[in-house]
Ligand binder design. Structure first.
Ligand code: SF4
Length: 348
């Protein structure tokens, strides 16, 4: 039975990664073990996932308690028929990663949107495929994985641009790579004198926290430049005893954590849930950084919360939380125009 945490391989991150749910047969099998069914027939499921695949780790699936779209984990990860609704204002590339007018993606593996920082994308692979992802157009597609020469071109670019102070590893999820690959990337960045900071954006602490191994923690902690981890917890139920323990292990090594959440309808759009999420993050020494207004990505209208409601939620949270537990509520403007803080509209 795959869903027993007593399964000897359960705590092995590579086992979790290799045994994810990627097709309808597996999904129905996992649901059948719980006395449930997805309700999809093969052709409607194929239509739904032909443009954007499904991926769920056994660990993350195990956090589902109600097997329908009212469950905050199920809603984030199991495809929904609502994804077939595409509004005219929704975009394939909602934040303008690829916008040639801005020259923001000069290389396959690198996006340069802000003068002093770049995104480095070593892989398009993720551990799970979040239904709200703003990079749906490329994640999960091996054609977007960086090859060694793509990475070398990115290192040369960073080396030749003295204004770059921070590199953000993203993708895809960089922590799906093996230790050696991650170490090689970090070492290449460490050798760039003018680079001051490295950040790793990852959902692994949420969906496969066993990836936070002692070995990888030591590789990161021993680097000659500071490496910040930016995790992606959206709901307090995701902060399990396992996630807490694994993060604690890296925090004890001196690795600092931030968290970015996305405001999602039916997942975390109440002040009670957000308060619990933010307090729980602070308790495990993870600083809430951003609460993102969900991007205008195609097929995600059922998950978006109106900005006005988001602002009201933030107002309700003020006074309920210490100031350092409040994230910035931000919107990534279409066309690569960058983030704007939304809560300034009521704090000024
Ligand atoms: S882990 Fe991040 S990049 Fe990957 S699908 Fe989820 S939101 Fe998108």
């Amino acid at each position: 039975m795959i869903f027993s945490p007593n399964n000897q391989s359960w705590t092995d991150w590579t086992w979790q990664h290799a045994n994810g749910c990627k097709d309808l047969t597996t999904l129905n099998g996992w649901l059948r073990d719980r006395g449930q069914s997805s309700g999809f027939d093969e052709s409607s499921f194929l239509e739904l996932t032909s443009n954007y695949r499904m991926g769920i780790t056994p660990y993350y699936f195990n956090l589902i308690s109600t097997f329908d779209e009212t469950d905050p984990v199920y809603r984030q990860i199991v495809p929904s028929a609502a994804e077939l609704v595409i509004l005219p204002e929704e975009l394939e590339d909602p934040i303008g990663d690829e916008d040639p007018a801005r020259g923001s993606r000069p290389l396959k593996a690198l996006i340069h949107r802000y003068p002093n920082r770049v995104l480095l994308m070593p892989t398009a692979q993720c551990a799970v495929y979040c239904r709200f992802c703003f990079r749906k157009r490329l994640v999960g597609n091996p054609a977007h994985n960086a090859r060694e020469d793509d990475l070398q071109a990115a290192y040369d670019y960073i080396q030749n641009h003295n204004e770059i102070e921070e590199v953000i590893l993203t993708g895809g999820d960089p922590l799906t790579l093996g230790d050696k690959s991650i170490q090689n990337i970090l070492k290449a960045l460490e050798s760039v004198k003018h680079l001051r900071l490295i950040r790793i954006h990852t959902r692994l602490p949420v969906v496969n926290p066993f990836r936070l191994t002692v070995e990888l923690g030591h590789i990161i902690a021993s680097l000659g430049k500071p490496v910040w981890i930016s995790s992606h917890f959206n709901h307090p139920i995701e902060i399990t005893a396992t996630a807490k323990r694994q993060i604690q292990g890296w925090v004890n090594l001196g690795i600092p954590f931030l968290n970015q959440s996305v405001l999602l309808a039916g997942v975390n759009d109440t002040s009670q849930i957000l308060k619990e999420l933010l307090m729980s993050l602070i308790e495990i020494k993870v600083k809430p950084y951003y609460l993102h207004q969900a991007d205008m990505v195609q097929g995600t209208s059922h998950l978006r919360v109106p900005v006005e409601r988001g602002l009201n939620l933030l107002k309700e949270l003020q006074g309920e939380l210490p100031g350092y537990a409040l994230p910035h509520y931000v919107l990534d403007r279409p066309g690569g125009l960058g983030k704007i803080p939304l809560q300034n509209q009521y704090t000024i």
